[in-house]
Write a protein that binds this ligand. Sequence first.
Ligand SMILES: Cc1cc2nc3c(=O)[nH]c(=O)nc-3n(C[C@H](O)[C@H](O)[C@H](O)COP(=O)(O)OP(=O)(O)OC[C@H]3O[C@@H](n4cnc5c(N)ncnc54)[C@H](O)[C@@H]3O)c2cc1C
Length: 370
Amino acid sequence: MELSCQDKNKIAIAGCGPAGIFCAISIVKLFDDVDFKDYSITLFDKSEHLKTLLVTGGGRCNLSNSINDIRDFASNYPRGEKFLYSIFSRFSNFDTLEFFKSLRIETYTQSDGRIFPVSNSADDVRNKMLKFLKSRKNIFFKKKAVLNSSTINDYNFKIISAGSRSTESLIKSFKHNPVPFKKSLCALKIDNFIYPKGVSVKSIDGDFLFTEDGITGPLAFKISSLNAFLDFPYEISIKLFDENKLIELAHLNPKKSAGSIVSKFIPKSLAKVLVKTYDKNICEISEKVLRKYSVLNLTVTGIRNCGEIVNAGGVNLDEIDKNCKSKLNQNLWFCGEILNIDGYCGGFNLQNCWSTAYIVAKNVVESIMY
Ligand SMILES: Cc1cc2nc3c(=O)[nH]c(=O)nc-3n(C[C@H](O)[C@H](O)[C@H](O)COP(=O)(O)OP(=O)(O)OC[C@H]3O[C@@H](n4cnc5c(N)ncnc54)[C@H](O)[C@@H]3O)c2cc1C
């Protein structure tokens, strides 16, 4: 029996979080542009399609970030920066916003550069993305379908977007050698914790907050991300303030207590812990000791999950080409967080999903058409 085109052009997308669903929509739009209909897409997910989007941005869905320059944008990924530079030059954050506009998802930018849907609702974004696909006859949804390499053997175009909460063995089953998954964007547990709980600090390196047993907030997340592959315990140094300004102020106010002067730069409760000679006149303390107060040295003993957690690790970028196509397996692509790519907080992780998903979609469409 002769195969119909739809049978020949069977696409499987395995894992339907943000990356998988964005990839499916992109394929449909790209085929629509050339009025090509002879294909099918089957969307496999072990749970519900696009459920993982619902928790993003605390339910508001921080879709992306408004950083203008592609190189600056890519510098927000401790893993994947170079690879994404090429991806973003072909499908950027601005292309993404246009794409969402075409799905009637309007966006706005917060003063810190984070981009959200006008609806402030991840649920609304999810519904609009799924609605687009559900209106098509050649798109098939398979939920509660746990994927392994044999599930999708029959499909001639395979896209794996199972995220970084999938397993390394899944990646291995496609003959790839994954970089082990490690948690990133976490709070940090600190050894010998003597700091004021609940106090927030604006340091030169970034903002953070003391928790019960460590630190959390943007700086803590960034440190956990940068050090995702380090073994515990490891040492960190946080630059709290400009030490030269402290020396300057000490010279101007020699009779004031060291603690009161240091408290001009950091919260008093923290100064009380850091400044051993809190009540002494500042002129009695050497410059060398004063300078030390500007740095907080901590020993990190572990991490705590909170808020946006992503995983470093996943598909080794050396084993895929610039279109995220496998170099080891025929007609196999990867996109989203399953790749060894992860970014800081601020919309960067979803942008990785949107951009890699689009590039995969384009390459799949081109493979079918030409
Ligand atoms: C609480 C929280 C808040 C976040 N907020 C933001 C934010 O505001 N902005 C931002 O940029 N990033 C945010 N992130 C990160 C962002 O959610 C992820 O980067 C993104 O969801 C990754 O998308 P993905 O499609 O690659 O993978 P996932 O979202 O993990 O989706 C993978 C899909 O594959 C399915 N799957 C897995 N294994 C299998 C299998 N074996 N068989 C079949 N299906 C499988 C899963 O059920 C899932 O639906 C947040 C993360 C968390 C945890």
